[in-house]
Design a binder for this molecule. Sequence first.
Ligand SMILES: [Zn+2]
Length: 546
Amino acid sequence: MAMIFKNARIFSPSHSPATEGNDFAECMVIKKGQIVHVGSLDAVDVPEDATIVDLQNKIVMPGFIDGHVHILQYGLSLRKVDLIKCTSLEQIRELVKSYADTHPSVPRILCRGWIQSMVDGEPLAIMLDDIDPRPIYIEAADLHSTWCSTAALDEMQAHTTPDPPGGTIHRDKNGRASGLLSEGAVMNFVWPFLERATSKEHKLSALRTAIRTYSAAGYTGIVDMAMSEDPWEILNLYRRDNKIPFHIAVHWLVPFSYNQEDNFKYVDRAIELRRQFPNPDFHIAGIKLMCDGVVDGCTAALRQPYGGNLDPIEPIWPSNLMSSVIQRADTANLQVAIHAIGDQAVHQSISILSTLPILKQRRHRIEHLELTSPADAKRLGELGITASVQPVHSDPAHFKAWPNLIGKDRCKRAFAYKDFLDGGAIIAIGTDAPTAPHFPFENLYSATTRRSVVDPGSTETLNPEFGLELVQAVAGATEGAAYARFADGWTGRLEEGLSADFVVVDMQWGAGKLLEAKVCQTWYRGVKVFDVDDDVEVDANEGSGS
Ligand SMILES: [Zn+2]
């Protein structure tokens, strides 16, 4: 049965990829999960049994695709104490204490949203120990550091554990763990420990919350960007009993090791899983490598040292090891996604990717690209490397530490999105939730206005010359993200023949109005999977698919 959406503003830019103009059509017709017409209502031969929906001038956009997210971690993060609004150690302690007092039965206290600059100097376990005897874990907003109480360090046996590759367990002068763990020590030590300590039921219910939250926010697709065995098992368990109302592509994390055979094992596992999961709705797109850390933690690899230091921070992966891991994945037709934030990490990543023989067809991608030289920004497009960016990370409110860390001059090259586009690169937009909020319109607001979402009253901007036009930003969050995971042939645009994946939005068209946009409905494969007017979201299991 056909459904006709009329009296709408169907976002269908006449140029694809959308680089200019912002065209809207008045009508869209869907049938059997597909879009069969976008254009004028007059051109439609209305069948007798058609359902006609009057959208009352609301905007219809392609369903959003989060180009970079960690969906299970996002779900789990919703149950942690959120410290993002704290500005001092005292405030952090108060919040943790009040959570501890009101949650006497939880085995450990998990917190999120801490930013290094909230605490003077290096955070220590003793700053937390007297709050509660239970283990306390405080993860940084960027997820690249965790600050632990002594009880947490004890239960992980951090004191006697050597530093994992690419990471540091910070220690006091006696060699005992002092509270802070960074980079590889978080990903390869703290997370696996907490994964083992968290029950399957808890994870499944966190995943359910995450999936429903994403659907309600207007997403019809995600790219999960650092998959490992444990979340993979949970995703599959969930899928066994539930329909997920969006498509999922996954990049398998290859954690860095100096032992190249270990690295190859992860690549081979990704190759094997890709064979087992050929369905584009749920599949392994490729691998993920962490080439460096983050600027706030002084772990991003920069061409010049951080202010006050003599030695530059090197990328986590030495070039030769990274290169042969990438070749192995590329030969097996896997996509490579490289986390590279600092200009040195970006440079190394581009240089290695540029040696691959059939680069453009593979759609390899670099994640974050926070600091890039003009030459490297341009090379992305020349080489066909997708620029995968998370605009909400460029919030001026989160940028405060940068000038001190790298100097004002280098800050002028931060988040140079417009450069990537001008160089011909495809931009894929994501949120990197849970490192940032998952809302698509906040992300578009950051990308276009370069103003703060955290502090919308402030008129401060960050390098506004690198901002995107609204139509370019929407394209990045829809067709660009679809392209980046080889889904552009069937979704990402509102076009005849593509999947009916779309979102109905109550909004005024304009970058300055994005924070007021309200998602009214989300449709996936022609089925309404979220409706703001229903008390509870429509369960994806109930959809008929026709
Ligand atoms: Zn990420």
